[in-house]
Design a protein around this ligand. Sequence first.
Ligand SMILES: [Zn+2]
Length: 350
Amino acid sequence: MIVFSTTFHTKIPIGKVVVRGQEGMNRVQFFDAPPSKEEEAYSNHMDDLDHALDQAAHDPSVAVCVTDASLLLHGNFQAVLAAQIHVGGALVYAVHCPIGRVLAPDAEQAAIWLALCKTTTLPRCKSILVFTDSLASARHAVDPSVQSGQFLSLAVAHSLRPWLEASADQVVRFYQVPSKEEWQCHKEAHDFASDLKVSVGTHVLTSLNYLHAQGTKKCLDCWTTLFGVLSFRGNQFLELTNRLDKPMKLKYTGGGAWLSHLQGLPGFTTRCCCAILGHTPIGSFNAQFFPHQPTGCPCGAILKTRPHILGYCNCFTNHLKLPISMTDFIDFMKVNPRVFAFNTAPSGIG
Ligand SMILES: [Zn+2]
């Protein structure tokens, strides 16, 4: 296995390596697609793509690079990059090749690397337009700081800097193409990438991002397995369901599966955590840990348990039925602001 993890420590920001001088910053431009198709700016952006491509077809000094990548989610295949270069409306260069075990953004970055390095060698080229579905990868491609795939960015800087320095008029413009639009030019590059299938083999390039993703996946699998063991999770952990009516699953992004729903309100979060973990001053808790404390409910029930509070107790409203969804649970906690709350801090706390 070949791992490209060699990095060069540099604090030189984007643009200054690509071309010396502040003016170089404005000669590497990015045109992001608006996130929502409903926005007027979105259709304007698609019109801009058509216009830029049409203009380029009539100007032989403009090179159009279209890049894409293909990753098969099944089987043991390498990612494939594709780059097509058009000048004056004609296809002058096209390549698709395996790029090893990498993530989709890595493969796209490699496609941009190949396209830029080739385009800067074309004679009489004054302007480069790059059409890609990932501007994040495009930004990585011209950012030589420490990162996965830094060797590609350094190669881009090595090719692009002298090209930009050759004339103050020469520019590189990156346009984001939303994949779902199947914009014809980009669809061709996509199909070109998908045409090639190469198995992984024994000595294959592996990106640092890919290894990080594999490590994270293994940790998450292990965490999920452990969470299925009652002795690890805790017997009192409240089973809640997600929007698909499936049990909530562990996740480490976006604030986690549970906390991301709690809006960051300290008191509310505390009550919800107490309720979910079963660590809350109710009768069943007192019976286990503070046997001299009261265990009954003001409504008359002999034992104030969590199922009693959530499902039946007439001290509270908006009762819940099994299975309990996270959304309904949050509503119940909001409608009943004193439920599962400590009246006073227990001895030894606070
Ligand atoms: Zn009650």
